[in-house]
Design a protein around this ligand. Structure first.
Ligand SMILES: NC(=O)c1ccc[n+]([C@@H]2O[C@H](COP(=O)([O-])OP(=O)(O)OC[C@H]3O[C@@H](n4cnc5c(N)ncnc54)[C@H](O)[C@@H]3O)[C@@H](O)[C@H]2O)c1
Length: 269
């Protein structure tokens, strides 16, 4: 691994990362560039995104404002990738939001907001970037779903619906794009330690329980996750690397769970 060494698993690749300013997107940007890729980061969080791109260096990274709900933003971002790095041959659809509400208490506005960001955003990313990837001679799309796409979780109806939709779209996209040289897979992370899940952010997301302290959350994960802890965003980035690199050259159309065993069964002890 290592940029410039000529031995990275993503040498020569140019990858767009949505929601690349922090959390899992940030860790993917760090790992992908360390593996030789150049990355184009897009987010609503312009200060954080610019700072990260500067840290990674102008030969390796560029940041641009992206609202995944806006088709024009996606087009601008793809053009920037081609202008700056000559092509785009990878997409990590990572941007997403989470809202906690009981099904019958979820307002239509909130439901639509989550659908717009998570589901429409993922669709627009694939629709806009896939032709560029094809033009570059093929490449990869990795969509970020969630374990809530595959198993139920109370209070996340809007979120779970969008994540199941992403898995569905991933399969269709893989079938349509295989002949055009584009592989499409989905990641289904369990609980991962990012701003989305930390206690202050969870409160903003609308979870009505007292999140108390990090210690309480740690105790919860110790009980329900067989591996006994919350996941790290670096661990999701390594799955994204596998699905973006040639290591997964015969893999397409699949959801991949990265959850410390949470979905393996019911935890009683
Ligand atoms: N953290 C977890 O436990 C977990 C579990 C399963 C799936 N996921 C998924 O992983 C992905 C990354 O989440 P994270 O945990 O790193 O959370 P995060 O909140 O740290 O990162 C999400 C990023 O997406 C950006 N974003 C939000 N709305 C956007 C928009 N309209 N346009 C552009 N960017 C936008 C945010 O600004 C943020 O930088 C999300 O799709 C999330 O649903 C997270």
């Amino acid at each position: 691994m290592g940029s410039g060494s000529g031995t990275g698993r993503l040498d020569g690749r140019v990858v767009i990362i949505s929601g690349g300013a922090r959390g899992q997107g940030e860790q993917a940007a760090r790992l992908f560039t360390a593996e030789g890729a150049r990355v184009v980061l897009g987010d609503l969080l312009d200060d954080e995104g610019k700072r990260l791109a500067e840290e990674l260096g102008p030969e390796r990274a560029v940041y641009t404002h992206l609202d995944v709900r806006e088709e024009a933003d996606w087009e601008r971002m793809s053009e920037l990738a081609v202008e700056r790095f000559g092509k785009v041959d990878g997409l990590l659809n990572n941007a997403g939001i989470l809202r906690f509400s009981g099904l019958t208490d979820t307002s239509l506005a909130e439901y639509r907001q989550v659908v717009d960001v998570n589901q429409v955003g993922c669709f627009l990313g694939m629709k806009t970037v896939a032709p560029h990837i094809e033009a570059a001679g093929g490449g990869t799309i990795v969509n970020t779903a969630s374990y809530t796409a595959l198993a139920g979780m109370a209070f996340v109806a809007s979120y779970a619906a969008t994540k199941a939709a992403i898995v569905g779209m991933t399969r269709v996209a893989a079938m349509e794009l295989a002949g055009r040289g584009v592989r499409v897979n989905a990641m289904c992370p369990g609980a991962i330690d990012t701003p989305m899940t930390n206690p202050s952010q969870v409160a903003e997301n609308g979870l009505a329980v007292d999140q108390g302290s990090q210690a309480e959350l740690d105790a919860l994960y110790a009980k329900v996750v067989p591996q006994g802890r919350i996941g790290r965003p670096e661990e999701v980035a390594r799955l994204a690397l596998f699905l973006t690199s040639d290591d997964s050259s015969y893999v397409t159309g699949q959801p991949f769970v990265v959850d410390g065993g949470w979905l393996a069964g019911v935890s009683l002890f």
